[in-house]
Design a protein around this ligand. Structure first.
Ligand code: NAI
Length: 696
């Protein structure tokens, strides 16, 4: 697990775990023994810590963490953290210089180990990530991170890095002071590390010295107090108190930096234990780590299917979605053609990719050489000829059945023998598009989320006749482009748009009930959604929601008058000509001078407002979340979703459903089943059947 290699009077300790290097009881035991024997061997004058795996150390073993969490035993949690703290402390104060030779990703506990060394040298490879991202999983550092980082780089910068859980490239890490040196090869890494040991035989960390001062300013100084006041305000604004891990990390930094270092570590371990015992930390780790990892292993891939042979990809439509999808494909290594009928759309698409690549190079996430290669893989065209022998066509033209049907017919002759078509439609049933395309077995839904270059989810929709081979190809493709795939069956709005649409509709209902729009928006965010429902309606566009409603009515031969989009759509689209963000007019006004958008003042004229007492706030907030949960259960019961946990991941990654709850299904457990049922029944009685769930 930890291999030791002598280099003269120095010892190189290399982490080498079978799957991935992580901190768990076994690896810590092995590491502690290796450290102890190095420290007590008088022939050894210094230590290099590195890894033989691709990664340096990925972090704490989340399986161990989940186990500990389930027990909710504060003492056991504290002890687990303290055990690691004491090993790192021993390494740091053992009297011999130690260098971290960071050959790969060093996150969480992995970077905390590096912080306990006396010097950090990293390989300058843009794919390497360095930082303390615990907060993004509802956790906080528990191996010294909240104490060593601020003592090393100062309060302001470390507050930002820890509370936002930022992952840095080696170049960014150097710039922010998280590492001291970069090298360009693995050989150089060890050479430099040994040279540093040679030059610094009695290295210690500054926070162990008597006259140590926090870099920049102290906690109890005017600057310090301002920094914390600002951090608390920012935290509150971003999280509305939903993330105990963030508050605890902040407290650990605040309290720990006013006491001697070792006491600071104890404070950190206490807050760490408290954080891990919360329902929120458990919910987030389960959904955002475990279930996400499970989906990345493609559990819904039909067995025994050969791997996809996709070499050439064609994206039809270079609009907002198509250009980003094309970029993602080229980054993933596919020879990619973006086709549009509109030359100017192609120019915009090309500039879009150029800008993203330039930015990635500036931030050290791509080397200039890699960026060039990606650029060479991207082609733009207005004709089909270049698309010959395409293995995967991704269609992202206008959301219009006739236009889509036409491009399927046109592109078919250019597909390779086994080539498939994936539609990025957000609303049109896949089975009907597949029939129109004439190759229903080789047709599937590939629903990306905007902005596609950043959003991590891909919703794969099966048509009635989609073949297992096509599904296997779609899943292999998702893996190649680094997206988390969920597989759903066909149905109106599939899973994501269907459930997420109920959030927007609930906001529209409130508007009709006379709840002041600003309150609707604020309570939506306070409930845990990333954006208020009216702002979201503007983004999606009221006209699109209205046209989908009309299309559904036409398809089903019914009128959906209970749907708030019916009345509000007619008013905003037909009468007021305020279709949404695209036209700079919707529920919001979008000033042309770049100033911040604001709610349209005349809303009050069309929706007379009533006063809302403070006691009603809880109901309003719960309505936003419970309505989505109920719809998710209905979709599951109708067989749209293959597994509930898939829906949890999709809800958090796809539309930002209150991440601290672990998603639309785990929500029930997070609230507590009994409490949930009581609340659901009350909301049903008071507000209607849309909150009712027949079986949990
Ligand atoms: P858009 O209007 O920005 O882009 C559509 C592009 O298709 C335009 O550049 C247009 O010139 C091009 N086009 C039209 N007819 C064509 C043809 N015959 N051949 C080649 N290109 C043609 O639309 P957007 O937003 O990119 O949406 C595209 C698709 O993605 C739609 O089906 C939409 O429902 C879906 N979608 C949109 C999302 C969004 O957030 N906007 C999210 C997920 C899916």
């Amino acid at each position: 697990m930890i291999e030791a290699l002598r280099e003269g009077t120095y010892l190189i300790l290399s982490w080498h775990m079978p799957r991935v290097n992580v901190l768990n009881p076994d690896s810590m035991q092995a590491f502690a023994e290796a450290v102890e024997s190095a420290l007590t061997d008088s022939n050894i004058h210094g230590i290099v810590i590195t890894s033989q795996n691709k990664e340096f150390i990925a972090g704490a073993d989340i399986e161990t963490i989940l186990h500990l969490m389930q027990a909710k035993d504060l003492k056991a949690l504290y002890d687990a953290s303290w055990r690691i703290q004491s090993i790192f402390l021993r390494l740091e104060t053992g009297g011999k210089p130690v260098v971290a030779a960071i050959n790969g990703t060093a996150l969480g506990g992995g970077y905390e180990l590096a912080l306990a060394c006396h010097h950090r040298i990293a390989l300058n490879d843009p794919s390497i990530e360095i930082g303390l991202p615990e907060a993004t999983l509802g956790l906080m550092p528990g191996a010294g991170g909240t104490q060593r980082l601020p003592r090393k780089i100062g309060l302001l910068s470390s507050l930002e890095l820890i509370l936002e859980g930022k992952r840095l490239s080696p170049q960014q890490a150097l710039h922010r002071g998280l590492v001291e040196e970069l090298v360009s090869s693995k050989e150089e890494l060890i050479e430099r590390a040994l040279a540093w040991l040679h030059a610094h035989p009695s290295a210690t960390n500054p926070w162990h010295q008597k006259d140590f001062h926090l870099p920049g300013f102290k906690v109890q100084s005017e600057m310090g107090r301002n920094a914390f006041a600002a951090a608390i305000a920012r935290l509150r604004e971003r999280s509305y108190g939903h993330y105990p891990g963030l508050q605890n990390a902040l407290s650990a930094i605040y309290e720990g930096l006013q006491v001697p270092f070792i006491q600071g570590l104890e404070i950190e371990s206490q807050y760490f234990a408290r954080t891990l015992a919360t329902a929120t930390a458990y919910a987030m780790v389960k959904t955002l780590f475990f279930e996400r990892q499970r989906l990345l292993r493609l559990p819904h891939r039909p067995p025994k299917m050969p791997p996809a042979s996709i070499r050439k990809v064609a994206v039809l439509g270079a609009g907002m979605m198509g250009r980003a999808i094309g970029y993602v494909c080229a980054v993933a290594g596919y020879d990619t053609w973006i086709k549009d009928t509109d030359e100017s759309a192609l120019q915009v698409a090309e500039k879009f990719s150029q800008d993203l690549l330039a930015k990635a190079v500036t931030h050290g996430r791509l080397s200039p050489n890699e960026a060039d290669k990606i650029r060479q893989r991207l082609h733009y065209t207005t004709t089909y000829e270049e698309l010959a022998e395409t293995d995967l066509v991704i269609e992202a033209v206008f959301e219009n059945r006739a236009v889509k049907t036409q491009v399927y017919r046109e592109v078919r002759p250019f597909l390779s023998e086994k080539g498939i078509i994936g539609s990025n439609t957000s609303t049109l049933p896949i089975t009907s598009l597949a029939e129109a395309a004439g190759i229903p077995k080789r047709f599937i839904g590939l629903h990306f989320f905007s902005p596609a270059e950043r959003m991590p989810l891909l919703e794969i929709i099966l048509g009635k006749e989609t073949s297992p081979e096509t599904l296997a190809w779609a899943l292999d493709f998702a893996k190649q482009i680094g997206k988390v795939p969920i597989v759903v069956r066909d149905g109106r709005g599939f899973f994501t748009s269907r459930v997420f649409g109920t959030y927007v509709r609930e906001g529209l209902r409130m508007l009709k009930e006379g709840i002041p729009p600003a309150l609707i928006e604020n309570l939506g965010r306070q409930a845990g959604m990333p954006v208020g429902p009216l702002a979201l309606a503007d983004e999606v566009s009221i006209s699109l929601m209205y046209s989908i409603l009309r299309q559904t009515e036409a398809d089903l031969g019914i009128t959906l008058s209970d749907d708030p989009v019916s009345e509000i759509g007619r008013l905003f689209v037909e009468e007021l000509q305020r279709p949404g963000r695209k036209a700079n007019k919707g529920f919001y006004e979008y000033p042309s001078d770049g100033k911040r958008k604001y709610l349209w003042p005349e809303l009050a004229k069309y929706f007379p407002q009533r006063s809302v007492s403070f006691t009603e706030y809880e109901d309003l907030k719960d309505r936003f979340l419970y309505v989505q949960v109920a719809e998710a259960f209905r979709a599951y019961q109708e067989g749209i979703l293959l597994e509930k946990a898939d829906g949890d991941v999709a809800s958090v990654l796809g539309w930002g459903f209150a991440p601290f709850t672990g998603g639309v299904f785990h929500f029930v457990e997070w609230v507590g089943k009994e409490r949930f049922i009581a609340r659901m029944q009350k909301l049903t009685e008071q507000y209607g059947e849309r909150f009712y769930i027949s079986s949990l």
